[in-house]
Design a protein around this ligand. Structure first.
Ligand SMILES: Cc1ncc(C[n+]2csc(CCOP(=O)(O)OP(=O)(O)O)c2C)c(N)n1
Length: 553
């Protein structure tokens, strides 16, 4: 057995089933091991290494399992950076495996493709190491997986030089996932006391609540307390957008009811939420302990407690453990009916959503982006999976795509890296071939990764991309126009449906809201990966002013 086999067998024994990557010459001992393990640990070959990282992230977000992205050191590791940065900024666990400069050479060696991966990955991974000796390999695999999954999850990287990878390897290991951390009983009692006394409670689920599987407990708590409830963009679906507690998604772009709830709540409970700028009013969080508001924060990462918003009570624990304990501490107290505060917030939110849904056309007679988002949201079957890519397009998807269950709606709010959507959707389709998977994107965003249509066709991954095609880098053009100029924001002329067909996929163009549902049906019926090039106008979203103000004052 060589170290490539030790690595492959250790990953499989630790629950990894996919390696996404671009074939790498110096990873031959690892790829050779995978060639003998189809169905156990599969290689999925992509056209750009960042797509591999996004697909590994999507596997983790959709299934909870750890996945691997692999690349040649040098050009491959540099290409990985975008995808690793997305995972890092969104706390998504994955493992990157890259080759390296042979361990016996001096540094720098002057070798073609030479790169110091540990330096390169310092800004986009939670942890990274180079394996310099075969004997180190099992311990470093153990540490890498442990770091990826424990505390605040994140991407990790192992660089393995070809002479190490090809050397005789130690016995494979199996790494067990870390145990969820329990909350102390005193903290739970204090949280229960604060919530018992609350007149205007607000619950917010972040990505940590989804990865902990805490949605059932969170919904039960909202029902028990008659609380307002919502989720961050990483927590989409943890609170159903169709429930009587829901007030809108997306923090400060989610509408006035959501912002008012954040300001007026007397007790706010946040679970697995890092309070990023999507929840800021200017440069300060819109929630936090202040006169009239108490903040309870549950997080598996002790360093996150109180890091952005002043907390009354910080609880270092797994969200599901803590919320379960909190429900038990509240005991058999009768369920509270929603009071006048929640009722008025709901009325405001329902009015906001209705106003968005009423849009049909922009001033120039084009399809309004809200109308496209509405038609698409209405046409998606309840078990469909959707990814929100693009610039301004994501705002409309965020408002108008129902999100009723966790792990069904996927956003990338932390880095907002255009182009992640298609790779994400392909990984989702691989895991759930029987469900409709839609990548809703902008025309600018789609251009970054459209070569993955080739991956889609080769692997038979019939995900559907719907492009909000406004023939521009829309939101950038808006900013320029407000500053009195326009430079290089036009993207007219590409026929994305024809591009899709050239890749062997289904492609068509639509221009009106009533064409959306039939086009989606045809795309599903084609059985092929598909692109629906939907021509829309550009219209500023009502949340734009607040979004643009984050961090500026
Ligand atoms: C990789 C990357 N480069 C640059 C940006 C900055 N950026 C944010 S929005 C945007 C324009 C997006 O255009 P499009 O995807 O067509 O969506 P639209 O705003 O038109 O809806 C750009 C360039 C980014 N987020 N990601």
């Amino acid at each position: 057995m060589n170290c490539g086999e030790t690595l492959a067998r250790s990953l499989a024994a630790s629950g990894v089933r996919e390696v996404y990557g671009v074939p790498a010459g110096k990873l031959a001992p690892f790829m050779g091991a995978l060639a003998a393990m189809p169905g156990e640990l599969d290689w999925v070959g992509v056209r750009h290494e960042s797509a591999a990282a996004w697909m590994a992230g999507a596997t983790r977000q959709a299934t909870g399992r750890l996945a691997v992205c692999a690349a040649e050191s040098g050009p491959g590791s540099h290409n990985l950076v975008g995808g690793l940065g997305s995972a890092h900024n969104n706390n998504v666990a994955l493992l990157a495996v890259v080759s390296g400069v042979p361990a016996h050479l001096p540094k720098p060696a002057g070798l073609v493709m030479e790169t110091d991966n540990d330096v390169l990955f310092a800004a986009c991974t939670k942890w990274r190491a180079t394996v310099r000796d075969p004997a180190e390999l099992p311990g470093l695999i153990d540490t890498a997986i442990g770091e990826a999954l424990s505390g605040r999850p994140g991407p990790v990287a192992l660089s393995i030089p070809p002479d190490v990878l090809g050397a005789p390897g130690p016995e494979p290991i199996a790494v067990a996932p870390p145990r969820p951390r329990r909350a102390g009983p005193d903290a739970i009692e204090q949280a229960a006391a604060l919530l018992r006394g609350a007149e205007r409670p607000l619950l917010i689920a972040g990505g940590g609540a989804v990865s902990a599987g805490a949605s059932v407990e969170l919904r039960a708590l909202a029902e028990r307390l008659g609380a307002a409830a919502t989720a961050t963009q990483m927590g989409l679906g943890a609170v159903s957008s169709e429930s009587p507690w829901f007030l809108g998604h997306g923090g400060v772009i989610g509408g006035e009811a959501l912002i008012r709830a954040c300001r007026e709540a007397d007790v706010v409970l946040i679970a697995g939420m890092r309070c990023s700028s999507w929840w800021w009013d200017g440069s300060t969080p819109v929630i936090g302990e202040r006169p009239g508001q108490r903040l309870i924060q549950i997080d598996s990462d002790a360093a996150a407690l109180g890091a952005r918003a002043a907390v009354t009570l910080g609880i270092e624990a797994d969200a599901r453990e803590a919320l379960g304990a909190l429900l038990a501490a509240l005991g058999d107290e009768p369920r509270r009916e929603p009071g006048p505060w929640l009722t008025s917030l709901r009325e405001e939110y329902i009015g906001y959503r209705a106003a968005l849904r009423a849009h049909e056309q922009t001033a120039d007679g084009s399809m309004h982006p809200a109308a496209l988002a509405r038609e698409l949201g209405d046409a998606l079957a309840p078990d469909s999976l959707a990814v929100y890519d693009g610039g301004h397009t994501t705002f409309w998807s965020n408002d108008l795509t129902p999100a009723t269950a966790p792990r069904t709606r996927f956003h990338e709010p932390g880095m907002a890296h255009l182009g992640f959507g298609l790779p994400y959707a392909l990984a989702l389709k691989r895991h759930f071939p029987e469900r409709t998977v839609v990548n809703i994107t902008g025309d600018g965003a789609f251009g970054f990764t459209l070569a993955e249509l080739d991956t889609a066709r080769r692997y038979g991954l019939a995900a559907i991309t719907v492009i909000h095609n406004n023939e521009s880098w829309g939101v950038i053009r808006l900013g320029q126009e407000r500053s009195g100029f326009e430079l290089a924001t036009g993207l007219a002329g590409s026929d994305y449906a024809a591009i899709a067909r050239a890749f062997g996929c289904h492609g068509e163009r639509i221009e009106r809201p009533d064409e959306v549902a039939p086009a989606l049906e045809r795309a599903i019926a084609s059985g092929l990966p598909a692109v629906i090039d939907a021509r829309v106008g550009f219209e500023p979203h009502p949340g734009m002013r607040r979004f643009a103000a984050a961090g500026t004052r």
